[in-house]
Write a protein that binds this ligand. Structure first.
Ligand code: THU
Length: 144
């Protein structure tokens, strides 16, 4: 789990940004700081942290904040190539199901990493985390 992925030249930069982003988390209810850094196909990097809410269901995860920030800054055509999610947890947390679905909307063959400050790293292809995802193509293929 500790081996850095060799095929990813921006990984170390993303790992540092995700670890730093978690420090901005608003997490008075869970106490878990989560950070995310995403790399787009245009080379830009966008970050997010979890933002909880006293109405718990309104909580946003770090990955969704990062993806939505990227859309806000770069527009609706963004394509996500790589995601790093950082927590203090051991083992590090993979993205939750809702975040996988949000990434699915904007990814092509993305690589997803979970990391923690202790240096643990786990890496997946997106397809491994959410096989047979529901994507926009199903809506456009729907002939009724
Ligand atoms: N959380 C994330 O930010 N990303 C995930 O993929 C898993 C969970 C946050 C949501 C909540 O603020 C806290 O972690 C505990 O679930």
């Amino acid at each position: 789990m500790t081996k850095a992925p060799s095929s990813s030249p921006r990984f170390e930069e993303l790992r540092q940004l995700a670890l730093a982003a978690r420090k901005n988390a608003y997490c008075p209810y869970s106490g878990h700081q989560v950070g995310a850094a995403i790399l787009l196909d245009d080379g830009s990097v966008h970050t997010g942290c979890n933002v909880e809410n006293s109405s718990y269901g309104a909580t946003l995860c770090a990955e969704r904040v990062a993806v939505h920030a990227a859309v806000a800054q770069k527009g609706p055509k963004i394509r996500v190539k790589e995601v790093v999610v950082a927590t203090d947890a051991t083992p590090p947390w993979p993205p939750c199901g809702m975040c996988r679905q949000v990434v699915a909307e904007f990814q092509d063959n993305a690589v997803i990493h979970a990391v923690n400050p202790q240096g643990q790293i786990q890496t997946w292809k997106f397809e491994e985390l959410l096989p047979n995802a529901f994507t926009p193509e199903f809506l456009s293929a729907d002939s009724k």
